[in-house]
Design a protein around this ligand. Structure first.
Ligand SMILES: *Cc1c(COP(=O)(O)O)cnc(C)c1O
Length: 376
């Protein structure tokens, strides 16, 4: 049997970028500025150039990016923070850490992105109940695709709430020809190793068009410091991006465009071979996905279990993102108001992610597709 096709392959990528990676890491070892060294500012400028954002602040993870953005917006007890029920746990954890209440919103059955119509209903219900103040929206760009930003932004303006783009999975994606990074008041990016632009450890960034906001993010990532190091203006966190991670990311940014194109080719090849056999990912109109995840939908939970077994037997990795919607997680059940979120529940039973990364060969793609078609 051929070898196993992994979900992602960081070793193949490392081999491609080895000389530049080595040069970048050696430079950091030579200058020794491991905290906020010159690579951090260089990366921040390169990321602004890449997506057109005015300001970029490198931080310690995608989760810390979300937290710093909500801290800067003053989100706290009594505030309702609206977010999709079908996302990674970090999106809900941050409002809870700040004492705010997450209000879970259902997602679109085709694109898996937060459903603006349900969001409007949820905001209206919170206003009517009068217990919490609608304060912020975290729109998640799920699996590499953009959320419905025109609808989300219009609603947020009308409701006068802070909008945060959780772009942890989708940096590099575009909507209406523009790269994500400027759709919300702030955009949070993750450089977790398996994200499309991944470091070799934790890392993240905040993007914003607002200079004051960016200055606040810089202060908050360094313990709330003022203009001098030992002036503490506000309660902050230790949330800086490491210089070594910035160096890794600079080497990876050189090939990021090519990698996005390679991911797109894999997705197109899967679509072409699998589209008649299983439900392939629906595209958000007029967008380009960063293809963090390529997820198919099976008929039901039993069909998904059979598919996973078949793939495993054929040496093809697969994974379930997400096996439980957030409102069903033990940690968040108490925060949920009990509203039904049927789409998130249904997707969690039927969804399955196939391998996708820039170094999948034609043979790998054929092995994945053969395995899916045999198991369906
Ligand atoms: C990965 C991820 C995060 C958290 O990013 P980290 O860098 O791992 O802290 C937040 N939101 C979503 C949707 C994610 O996928």
């Amino acid at each position: 049997m051929s070898s196993t096709v992994p979900l992602i392959d960081l070793k193949a990528q490392q081999a491609r970028i080895a000389p530049e990676l080595r040069r970048r890491l050696d430079a950091v070892l030579a200058h020794g500025q491991f905290i906020l060294g010159p690579e951090v500012a260089e990366l921040e400028a390169r990321l602004c150039g890449f997506c057109g954002a005015a300001h970029c602040v490198g931080v310690s993870s995608g989760t810390d990016a979300l937290q710093i953005a909500l801290m800067a917006a003053g989100v706290g007890p009594g505030d309702a923070v609206f977010l999709p029920a079908f996302t990674y746990t970090a999106t809900a954890e941050v409002p809870l850490l700040l004492g705010a209440t997450p209000v879970f919103v259902d997602v679109d059955a085709r694109t898996f992105q937060i459903d603006p119509a349900h969001l409007a209903e949820r905001i209206a219900a919170v206003r009517a109940a009068g217990r919490l103040r609608p304060r912020a929206l975290i729109g998640v760009d799920l699996f590499g695709q953009p959320a419905d930003w025109p609808a989300l932004s219009a609603l947020a303006r009308q409701e006068d709430i802070f909008v945060l783009d959780d772009c942890a999975q989708s940096f590099g994606a575009s909507l209406h020809g523009a790269r994500l990074g400027r759709e919300a008041d702030a955009t949070a990016v993750s450089f977790f190793p398996s994200k499309p632009l991944g470091a070799y450890g934790d890392g993240g960034a905040l993007l914003t068009e607002n200079a004051e906001r960016a200055a606040l993010y810089r202060s908050l990532r360094t313990h709330g410091e003022g203009t001098t190091r030992y002036e503490v203006l506000r309660t902050g966190i230790n949330g800086r991006l490491d210089t070594l991670q910035a160096a890794v990311l600079l080497a990876k940014l050189d090939v990021f465009e090519e990698e996005l194109a390679a991911r797109e080719r894999v997705a197109a090849a899967y679509d072409a071979r699998l589209g008649n056999a299983v439900q392939i990912p629906a595209r958000v109109p007029d967008s380009r996905s960063a293809w963090a995840i390529y997820a198919i939908l099976l008929a039901d939970g039993a069909a998904r279990a059979r598919m996973q077994e078949g793939l495993h037997a054929a040496g093809v990795a697969s994974a379930i993102y997400y096996p439980r919607p957030l409102h069903r997680q033990p940690a968040y059940r108490a925060a949920h108001d009990g509203s039904a979120l049927p789409v998130a529940e249904d997707l969690s039973q039927r969804i399955l992610a196939l391998p996708i990364h820039p170094d999948l060969s034609e043979a790998d793609i054929a092995q994945v597709c053969d395995a899916v078609l045999d198991a369906v």
